[in-house]
Design a protein around this ligand. Structure first.
Ligand SMILES: Nc1ncnc2c1ncn2[C@@H]1O[C@H](COP(=O)(O)OP(=O)(O)OP(=O)(O)O)[C@@H](O)[C@H]1O
Ligand SMILES: [Mg+2]
Length: 535
């Protein structure tokens, strides 16, 4: 009996042990699958050999590829100075060029990304058959806002198709008041700017006439004789006369501050027309260098705002379903802050509209905090609506949780030596904290690459080497060639255009009634005696 019982017990015990073993094996396999599934999914998203090699996965050392279908989307590149954002943007651009994209704009307030792009273009052209290289290089337009020999035609007050003069005036006035306000001058929402700029638009005069138009209401009276609606010009002149003289002179001197550089006055006031950014977007490769001379950050920001407004408008005017075009904006917060919160708040709308019009934006920024400074609502828009994001080392690590691959299967790291190590998994909260800390310390050229369309977190990777061979003289040759484009004019041409405007304004002031002659004289003197070499 006892023998039978002990036999039974051993058989039952053995089967319970086997059952427990089997259950344990299932759990372990499930855990392993879970642990492996995220890397596998990320590898399915960015692995294989289709598209462009962007870098190498930190885990597994496989080559990270951007598949062609993922390129049609808006991109955000984030990280501190030196992290590798510009070079990453160049990798993307290289991919676009190789995929046959020939329509893109790069706007850069530091000139670095634009310089890299020029070298990339030269290198790329060398790989093309000669006739193709010719037409490819012929598409390149270089707009150097502070150039020495050529400048873009930026008569931003030239009437634009489909743009109501009142709205047109509002966007430009907004940029000016916003820039003056950035300097703490307290002129936010200055309605006088808005109205006077509207009058200049209707009279086809450039922004460089703004200080004179403010100081000498006689100019508006004279314009009423030849431009519609005459009552608008006259009412505005009357209103300016009623304003305190000190206040007006304050506005004049602040506006002149923004127009203090000769290149800016020539670009804004030397040509009767403005570059059509819609056309540039349609069939050009446009490189915009906005790097201001030393001590002129305010002017650089103001021009960045003007370019941003022009690009916004060009995107909106594009027909739906147009051929894909790409717009890359380095130091994006500079453009945003120039436009102010009202423009920033339309960014979500712009992203949506751009997509349906075939325009894909790439924005580069040091962090999200500088974006949040312009508008709080834009932060979520950026996080959720930019399809592809490359997140380098981040000071605001808590802003990027969506990119951090919390798996629930990360082993607990060993504690201090005096504590007994208990193997096991970190809970999700602790894992997130660990990943945030790692994000704060990522080395240069290491980033999380996330595709927001896939619902997966980011893939940690090191960016691929960018090797550019173009020499300085080859880049200069490209620039000289691009200077032949109709979008730019020589300094001499623009100076002649500016003279023409000056003479016209003088003529108009000459026929104005002679009341308040001191003010007119000062306006005339200011206009005539502006030193051409200034700036
Ligand atoms: N993919 C790369 N291939 C080769 N060198 C690179 C790469 N990425 C970065 N570097 C090196 O690191 C430096 C800094 O990179 P990059 O200019 O892209 O930084 P950034 O994030 O754009 O900085 P900033 O915000 O100051 O513009 C480069 O000058 C280059 O020497
Ligand atoms: Mg850079």
């Amino acid at each position: 009996m006892t023998l039978l019982a002990s036999w039974l017990r051993s058989v039952l015990g053995e089967s319970a042990r086997l059952q427990a073993l089997a259950a344990e094996t299932v759990i372990l396999e499930r855990e392993r699958d879970r642990a492996e599934s995220l890397p596998n999914q990320l590898r399915a998203q960015f692995g294989g050999d289709r598209g462009a090699a962007l870098g190498t996965a930190i885990e597994g050392a496989w080559t990270v590829h951007l598949h062609p279908e993922r390129a049609e989307g808006h991109v955000g590149i984030w990280g501190p100075s030196g992290a590798g954002k510009s070079y990453f943007a160049i990798l993307l651009l290289q991919f676009l060029l190789r995929s046959g994209v020939r329509r893109f704009v790069i706007a850069d307030p530091k000139a670095e990304t634009v310089e890299l792009a020029k070298r990339l273009i030269v290198d790329f052209a060398k790989r093309l058959p000669s006739h193709e290289a010719e037409s490819f290089l012929g598409r390149v337009v270089c707009l150097d806002l502070f150039g020495a020999s050529t400048l873009p035609r930026l008569q931003v007050l030239a009437p634009q198709e489909g743009l109501d003069p009142e709205i047109h005036a509002f966007t430009v006035a907004n940029l000016i008041t916003n820039e003056l306000d950035n300097g703490g001058l307290g002129v936010r929402q200055e309605p006088i700017f808005h109205r006077v700029i509207e009058a200049l638009i209707r009279a086809r005069l450039p922004l460089t006439v703004l200080p004179t138009a403010l100081a000498a209401p006689e100019l508006l009276d004279a314009l009423a004789e030849a431009h519609e609606p005459a009552p608008l010009f006259r009412a505005l002149a009357a209103r300016l006369r009623k304003e305190s003289r000190d206040r007006i002179l304050g506005l004049v001197s602040r506006t002149e501050r923004l127009l203090r550089l000769r290149q800016v006055r020539l670009a804004l006031g030397g040509s009767p027309d403005c570059i059509d950014f819609t056309k540039l977007l349609d069939d050009r490769i446009t490189l915009i260098n906005l790097a201001p001379p030393h001590g002129s950050t305010d002017v650089g920001r103001f021009l960045a705002g003007l370019i941003w407004v022009q690009l916004n408008h060009a995107i909106r005017r594009r027909p739906n379903g147009s051929e894909p075009a790409y717009v890359c904006v380095d130091e994006w917060p500079t453009f945003l802050s120039a436009g102010g919160a009202s423009l920033a708040d339309t960014f979500e709308d712009l992203l949506r509209m751009a997509r349906s019009k075939g325009v894909f934006l790439t924005v580069l920024s040091q962090d999200l905090a500088s974006v949040a400074k312009v508008s709080r609502s834009i932060v979520d828009v950026v996080r959720n609506n930019l399809h592809l994001q490359a997140i380098f080392r981040a000071q605001d690590a808590g802003a990027w949780d969506f990119a951090l691959p919390v798996s629930g299967t990360r082993m607990r790291p060993p504690g201090p030596p005096w504590e007994e190590y208990r193997p096991g998994y970190l809970d999700r909260g602790a894992e997130l904290t660990l990943l945030r800390e790692q994000l704060l310390r990522l080395p240069d050229r290491t980033c999380y690459l996330v595709d927001r369309r896939g619902g997966l977190p980011g893939l940690l990777m090191r960016t691929a080497d960018v090797r550019l061979e173009a020499t300085v003289s080859e880049v200069r040759a490209l620039e000289e060639r691009a200077a032949a484009s109709g979008a730019v004019a020589t300094v001499a041409e623009l100076a002649a255009g500016e003279q023409k405007v000056t003479r016209m304004v003088e003529r108009l002031l000459g026929v104005a009634p002679q009341e308040d002659s001191e003010m007119i004289a000062s306006a005339r003197q200011r206009w005539a005696s502006r030193p051409m070499g200034m700036g």
